[in-house]
Design a protein around this ligand. Structure first.
Ligand code: SF4
Ligand code: SF4
Ligand code: SF4
Length: 254
């Protein structure tokens, strides 16, 4: 940022669990230093004061109601920089599982048949990432985001540098972590085509990669397909099993 004044930063939350904002708040050790360089003016999870005058907006959560469309457009109009914070905001995330169903079915599942007479009052639309509605300048991936990545991103932004967003597959992180590949153990994994930067934490802690950080920019699908075939798996079977985070982009247009 060129201004001599501290950049004014706001955090906003749409449809989500607010776990990514919690990751920001978990930077307790670094926050005092961060606050020397920015002024946080809006952060509902952390403070009661609010201002609509900000330069950088971190936006967490998917768009899943009409009023959220109006709100995100207003944020875009105000902010010089809009950052999608986490999977819900960047790709639609888990919320897009809802898009497999008709919205009436979703209302029934959540509110029950007894509330049917009031369904029309419930504002719900297929979930989508924020860039379906407004232009996004940067993406911080993950469910939740990586604290390390958030801090290095913010540092680069404040220094006027182009933030370096990881674009290597999770397998690179996984090898660095010294893990045994889950394919070797008869399991499935989306690591070869998913964006790294998470230190392959899920594999390290005994599961596999679900692809929460979305795909790398140019995933080597053919090579992944060959790997799957080598282990007796089909791409289709794996994709359906790992549709947790890819629903919006793979499914019908929201
Ligand atoms: S990306 Fe995951 S952790 Fe972050 S808000 Fe969405 S559901 Fe929560
Ligand atoms: S476990 Fe997954 S992320 Fe790790 S090397 Fe194997 S395929 Fe890649
Ligand atoms: S290993 Fe995969 S699912 Fe786990 S945090 Fe990394 S990208 Fe997300």
């Amino acid at each position: 940022m060129e201004s001599q004044e501290k950049p004014r930063v706001a955090f906003f939350s749409f449809t989500c669990c607010e776990g990514c904002q919690l990751m920001v708040l978990s930077c307790e050790k670094e926050l005092p230093e961060i606050l020397k360089h920015i002024k946080i003016v809006n952060f509902r999870e952390a403070m009661t004061e609010k201002s609509d005058d900000y330069d950088i907006a971190f936006v967490e959560g998917s768009i899943s109601r009409r009023d959220e469309i109006r709100k995100i457009k207003k944020i875009r109009k105000q902010a010089k920089v809009v950052v999608a914070l986490g999977a819900c905001s960047s790709t639609g995330g888990l919320n897009c599982l809802k898009n497999r169903y008709q919205m009436e079915e979703v209302k029934e599942a959540v509110y029950g048949k007894k509330a049917a007479a009031h369904y029309k009052l419930i504002d719900t639309i297929p979930a989508r990432p924020i860039d379906d509605v407004v232009e996004v300048d940067y993406y911080l991936h993950g469910c939740p985001i990586s604290k390390k990545e958030f801090l290095s991103f913010l540092t680069a932004l404040l220094m006027g540098k182009n933030p370096d967003i990881v674009n290597h597959p999770v397998c690179v992180d996984c090898k660095m972590a010294g893990n045994i590949c889950v394919f070797e153990k008869g399991g499935h994994c989306l690591g070869p085509v998913s964006r790294g930067g998470c230190d392959a934490i899920c594999v390290t802690y005994g599961t596999w990669c679900w692809g929460c950080r979305g795909p790398v920019d140019n995933p080597n699908i053919d090579s992944h397909r060959e790997t799957l075939e080598r282990y007796g798996l089909t791409a289709e079977a794996v994709i359906s099993r790992f549709a947790l985070y890819g629903q919006c982009r793979q499914g019908k247009k929201c």
